[in-house]
Design a protein around this ligand. Structure first.
Ligand SMILES: Cc1ncc(COP(=O)(O)O)c(C=O)c1O
Length: 303
């Protein structure tokens, strides 16, 4: 259907998604996990779609229906995940700086929670003991992505717990009998082929921290960041090349450690290239040798 017809039928402005593109992106992520599983000869690798990339309920339902898991980071995202039909075992709650009530609500639903600081573990521990959690680690100095602004690891960022602070984390965990069953990292967003080595360096760093400090992990979450081309000279991320580089690193780790479930959290990669926003041009003017086009595209959706 033409853009004009869509607007006539549904009104303006309008978000439109190309279902085939969306499905192909989800399929790429499923195939990535399946191929990595068979290369590593493991049964558990889970892809958790990161809802913050796009929380449209129809998109979430499609993701659920095709078999991915989900990552939520707020009560609204959690509610949407439930409405889309995700089971508690397929939801991971990866949050920062949240209230005790929010943490307890997640734990009461028996959903795995990943905490970002020792003070959050302390806050939770005062209210709830004998529980299992995941924690976000900051693998120092390793960040990826298309700009410093989306680099979410290393010395300049607020995310995660650094290696030097782990002894303090373990003290708090011991005080409240809290078990760390998983560790997580998210290095940044939109990495493409030229950043694969840097991504793998971040993975190596997290795995070294796992071996050195954590003896009983069940889950290692390597985060998201899977890029998609934005500029004309950029190419699609080569997922096979990423697997080739990850395979030796993950398989050496499994040989020296014990079986864990690897997780990834792809966000933007999944919906990004399927979405369009259509709007109506309300004015055009030529001022100071520039053409200005005024549209109705603004955030005033009511339903
Ligand atoms: C913790 C976490 N996981 C996953 C993602 C998804 O990242 P991306 O959309 O780059 O894949 C983000 C994005 O900020 C994030 O903060």
């Amino acid at each position: 259907m033409e853009a004009n017809e869509l607007i006539k039928k549904h009104g303006s402005p309008l978000y439109v998604y190309d279902e085939q593109v969306l499905e192909s992106r989800i399929t790429n992520m499923i195939n990535f996990a399946e191929k990595l599983k068979s290369e590593l000869n493991v049964s558990k690798i889970k892809m958790h779609y990161s809802t913050k990339a796009n929380n449209n309920l129809h998109i979430l339902k499609k993701i659920k229906q095709m078999g991915l898991s989900i990552d939520s980071m707020s009560p609204v995202e959690l509610r949407l995940a439930e409405l889309a039909g995700f089971d508690k075992d397929d939801i991971l709650y990866v949050c920062n700086n949240v209230s005790l009530q929010e943490m307890l609500a997640v734990i009461d639903k028996d959903i795995t929670i990943c905490l970002d600081s020792i003070s959050q573990v302390e806050l939770l521990g005062q209210a709830k003991q004998n529980i299992s959690i995941m924690v976000r680690i900051n693998p120092e100095g390793v960040g990826i992505g298309h700009s410093d602004k989306v680099d979410t690891s290393g010395k300049k960022t607020k995310f995660g717990i650094s290696e030097e602070n782990l002894p303090e984390l373990f003290k708090v965990c011991e005080k409240y009998n809290i078990k760390v069953i998983g560790i997580h990292q998210h290095l940044g967003s939109l990495f493409l082929d030229s950043d694969i080595d840097q991504f793998v360096t971040g993975v190596e760093s997290l795995l070294r921290i796992a071996k050195t400090h954590f003896k009983d992990l069940e889950i290692i979450d390597l985060g998201g960041g899977f890029g998609t081309p934005y500029k004309e000279d950029e190419k699609e991320l080569n997922l096979d090349a990423l697997i080739d580089k990850l395979k030796p690193v993950l398989s050496n780790f499994l040989n020296e450690y014990h079986m864990v479930e690897f997780k990834f959290e792809p966000g933007r990669y999944i919906p990004c290239e399927s979405g369009y926003i259509l709007g109506t041009v309300n004015s055009v003017k030529n001022e100071n040798n520039r053409i200005w086009v005024g549209t109705d595209i603004r955030n005033e959706f009511t339903s």
